[in-house]
Design a protein around this ligand. Structure first.
Ligand code: FCB
Length: 437
């Protein structure tokens, strides 16, 4: 069964950050620091999904998706990151899983979507190798509770973005600006992934995947300097997080770091444990030119000549085909089946006088990307699922509530949910799939 779904993440929708024994996460801390998020927005309330989850499951049942990718908040399950398990936190996800199954929607949980328990950040966060082991313990706890009903698991969401924004540039929690000093946070996340694969399988999980943020990289010109810079960017954004998992080796990182002394014997065997699918989040390609300053080995040259989203991201549907076929030619037989675990766009989404939201640009975006997905499949890429980011408008990290990605509009003052025109479009699309097959 091809999975047609939608996606969300815990900190972006749940709210209730102090309820039922949940411990603080790095995003609670970061969002409270002045100037970190636009207008000081936090996820304290978010979409109040922790209380309104029944309504959100009903929206999915009505939409007709057969899968839902959500994330489990580590600090709800283990408020201190390790040690005592908070039963009430697990109960929440247990109820959610049962409600999804009853609605005919396959739950696809992600174990880490950036909300590290603050107690672990106090021990160094992902710069501390021990966190990889603690993640596996957490995966084992959740697996023991849910693996009887959850067939497919995702360990981490976008370790690249978490490393680059959270540890290299300081734009996301935990807010470190270490530049290439952030690389251990990449390795320890990948190690955590590998250890969690084993822990989940031991708990009875049948299928385990990792979700990476991937981008086709375009050199700004055919000049050698630009081509070389594009290769460097491709290594840091794409290959650093996929090569070790699929091939058991890091790409050549000698241009960015000294020896990889944080990689120990046996680590790469753990990292490259077989997975059942590779999750790919695609938003846009990246155009790269030679560096203009001493800091980084590339410059982001920007993409013009394409429509842009409210975020300013270029809309390049065929980039999804390019990305997927590129993965197949790069990894060949080592590439497992692919799940597009996120794809979508932010749009202004202002309700009209009658309250409806006519998001024609989002419909065009999704239609174009699904067509590109089909082209990739026609070219032989084994794709098994596609998840729209996102089900509902939510807390968009440093942008707070300013970027709306949902198929469903959320009035953040009242929490009222209003399906947009794209929701109805996706529903009709899904119905047509069911009639076709
Ligand atoms: C991805 C994140 C997701 C959301 C989208 C817009 O990088 O995984 O949480 O913020 O971008």
């Amino acid at each position: 069964m091809f999975l047609w779904g939608t996606a969300t993440a815990a900190y972006q929708i749940e709210g209730a950050t102090g309820e039922d024994g949940r411990g603080p996460s790095i995003w609670d801390t970061f969002a409270r620091e002045p100037g970190r998020t636009r207008d000081g927005h936090t996820g304290d309330v978010a979409c109040d999904h922790y209380h309104r989850w029944r309504e959100d499951v009903a929206l999915m049942a009505d939409l007709g998706v057969n899968a839902y990718r959500f994330s489990i908040a580590w600090p709800r399950v283990l408020p201190d990151g390790a040690g005592a398990v908070n039963g009430r936190g697990l109960d929440f996800y247990d109820r959610l899983v049962d409600a999804l199954l009853a609605a005919g929607v396959q739950p696809v949980p992600t174990l880490f979507h950036w909300d590290l328990p603050q107690a672990l950040e106090d021990r160094g966060g992902w710069l501390n190798r021990d966190v990889a082991e603690l993640f596996a313990d957490y995966a084992g706890v959740v697996g023991a509770r849910l693996a009887d009903r959850v067939p497919l698991w995702i360990t981490l969401n976008e370790p690249f973005v978490h490393m680059a924004f959270g540890y290299a540039m300081g734009l996301h929690a935990p807010g470190h600006a270490l530049m290439t000093g952030a690389l251990p946070a990449a390795h320890h996340q990948l190690l955590a992934h590998g250890r969690a694969v084993a822990a989940l399988r031991a708990a009875g999980a049948r299928q385990v995947a990792l979700t990476n943020n991937c981008t086709p990289v375009w050199p700004a010109s055919s000049r050698e300097q630009d081509v070389r810079a594009a290769e460097a960017y491709d290594i840091l954004h794409n290959r650093l997080f996929t090569d070790p998992v699929l091939t058991g080796a890091y790409p050549d990182l000698s241009a960015y770091t000294g020896d990889l002394d944080f990689v120990r014997d046996g680590d790469l065997e753990t990292v490259s444990a077989p997975i059942d699918a590779l999750g790919v989040n695609y938003y846009n390609p990246t155009r790269i030119a030679a560096p203009t300053d001493e800091g980084l080995p590339f410059t982001n040259a920007g993409i013009t000549g394409h429509p842009t989203t409210a975020f300013g991201w270029p809309v390049v549907p065929d980039g999804l085909r390019e990305l997927l076929t590129g993965l197949k030619s790069r990894y060949g037989a080592a590439l497992p089946p692919i799940l597009v675990t996120e794809n979508g766009c932010s749009q202004p989404d202002v309700p009209g006088p009658d309250g409806t939201i006519d998001d024609a640009d989002r419909i065009a975006f999704l239609d174009g990307h699904i067509a590109a997905l089909r082209r990739a499949m026609d070219e032989g890429v084994d794709v098994r699922g596609y998840f729209v980011w996102s089900l509902i408008d939510n807390f968009e990290w440093a942008e707070g509530y300013h970027q709306r990605f949902g198929l469903v509009h959320v009035d953040h003052a009242t929490q009222r949910r209003t399906p947009k025109r794209s929701y109805h479009w996706y529903r009709d699309f899904l119905r047509a799939q069911n009639t076709d097959t």
